[in-house]
Design a protein around this ligand. Sequence first.
Ligand code: UT7
Length: 331
Amino acid sequence: MQKINAAITAVGGYVPEYRLTNAELEKMVDTNDEWIKSRTGISERRILKEEGKGSSDLAVPAVLELCKKRGISPEEIDCLICATVTPDMVFPATANIICDKIGALNAFSFDVMAACSGFLYALTTGTAFIESGRYKKVVIVGVDKMSSIVDYSDRTTCIIFGDGAGAVLLEAVDENIGVLDSLLKSDGSGSKFLHMKAGGSIKPSTVETVLAKEHFVYQEGQAVFKFAVKGMADVSFELMQRNNLTADDIAWLVPHQANLRIIDATANRMGLPKEKVMINIEKYGNTTAGTLPLCLWEWEKRLKKGDNIILAAFGGGFTWGATWVKWAYNS
Ligand code: UT7
């Protein structure tokens, strides 16, 4: 029997209008444009400012865009998986809310939480649903409204993060294209370096937890940096090796946009020149689960059928991984 593959057949993306520039951050905390650019590569990030709007409001335009591009109705979606660490609410799943807002009446939906690697975890899960033969159209969303959990008086974190969403449609194909391999890893002992202290079941929200600023991202940047450089580079290299891919075979690296220095280290380890690396961190900062699909969204027109693409990420958990995609269409 012919193997069913899961191909990405459309991409959508959305970033909010408001641009939080390095110049504006200079007025908020003790930092400067030169430090931020040289240490991270970021010039500005997009922020969802409107009251009462959450991650689902970033995701909805991204999913509607891909439906329009592919010429499908949201009712044709069988399953929608949303990767996020900033759900609209603790429960229900943001995926449920997105489906309601777009009229995806026939989809079952759930959230995946794997921080910055969330999109790869969700993509790998959705791929398995398609490969099983049971589902034909699965939407994978990566979205975060990081501004909702960032302390804008903490210069070590507020300069990094931004808001944004991207989404891809996975469809069943019988050609040897699509999501061909994934190598995912996790190590919960890394949680001490990157987490949110309160609001979970160990430490429910109280007046004290709010006053102690325990509902914001806590990150030990240097420690995370060290693990990220090694983790993202190693896993990408391992994925290349086990699929006999050389640097020449690879058209694009799509790296998680956390820090330009981590991206450079990964590309170097893979032997890839800068021209083959998607980088938009200067415009959007780190949108957590949003970074990878936002890159695909921006580069979509330059991608050609048959291009070998490696997506790679590292984030809270720790979670990390790399995925090999053979691109399925010309735009
Ligand atoms: O996406 C999820 C996973 N997260 C990551 O991958 C993030 C990984 N970590 C990083 O990207 C980097 O560690 C940061 C960008 C967070 C920080 O960069 P760094 O090069 O590791 O800086 P550092 O923490 O070692 O700090 C160096 C110096 C310190 O001053 P002293 O002690 O040398 O005098 C900091 O206090 O820079 C200072 N500093 C700043 N200065 C100006 C820290 N933040 C700032 C700032 N502006 N915003």
